[in-house]
Write a protein that binds this ligand. Structure first.
Ligand code: IMP
Length: 194
């Protein structure tokens, strides 16, 4: 059975990725976590470039198939920030949310979107699949809900009238940027396995 290395070390993302990766489409792969000591710098200029470079470098370093994602929040009134720097916007989830709310204090336009790019690399580091998912929403003025991770408690999805942090995991799984990127990826991954 081919091995697929999951190249992430963010526990919140890992938990969500594991749920997608238990899809029956992947029953032919043996999933393994990237060794913690293998750190890849995110130097790409886009989410997709970062997902590809993480997957490629992990695959090459270990000589196995690898899957990686890169994701972040882009806020209209902040010209797309925090964007690629979503994880580095402050030190903790709470501080990241606090900074975001401060920066948006006087903003009327609260529109934002999450983007997730996913890439799968072959053992030689070449990219076999790349997909992207987007989820549009609004940034609330205070937190709502306690589920999820990261910016979830302030990211409101009008279509479902709740924040990501209020959604049952199955709903976030379905409608989120990560959910959409994985929905596009899984059939392609299944084909590679045959
Ligand atoms: P990276 O993909 O590891 O660079 O991190 C992306 C950062 O964006 C995370 O650390 C979170 O702060 C944020 N983020 C990405 N996806 C989500 C999500 O589904 N909910 C909340 N925050 C997210």
């Amino acid at each position: 059975m081919p091995i697929l290395i999951v190249a992430t070390s963010n526990p919140g993302k890992l938990q969500e990725m594991q749920a997608y990766l238990t899809d029956p489409a992947l029953s032919g792969w043996e999933l393994k976590l990237k060794p913690a000591e293998l750190e890849i710098e995110e130097t790409g200029a886009t989410f997709l470039a970062n997902a590809c470079l993480k997957a490629a470098q992990v695959a090459q370093a270990l000589g196995e198939w690898a899957i990686a994602d890169d994701s972040g929040l882009s806020v209209d009134a902040l010209n797309g920030a925090p964007g690629l720097y979503s994880a580095r916007y402050a030190d903790t989830d709470q501080a990241r949310i606090a900074r975001l709310l401060t920066e948006l204090e006087t903003a009327d336009n609260r529109r934002a979107c999450f983007t997730c790019a996913v890439a799968v690399a072959r053992p030689d580091g070449s990219i076999a699949i790349q997909t992207e998912g987007i989820c549009e929403g609004e940034i609330l003025k205070s937190t709502q809900g306690s589920g999820g991770f990261g910016y979830d408690p302030v990211f409101y999805v009008p279509e479902h009238q709740m924040t990501f942090a209020e959604m049952p995991p199955e709903l976030k799984h379905e409608v989120s940027h990560r959910g959409r990127a994985f929905q596009a990826l899984l059939p392609e991954l299944k084909q590679i396995k045959g």
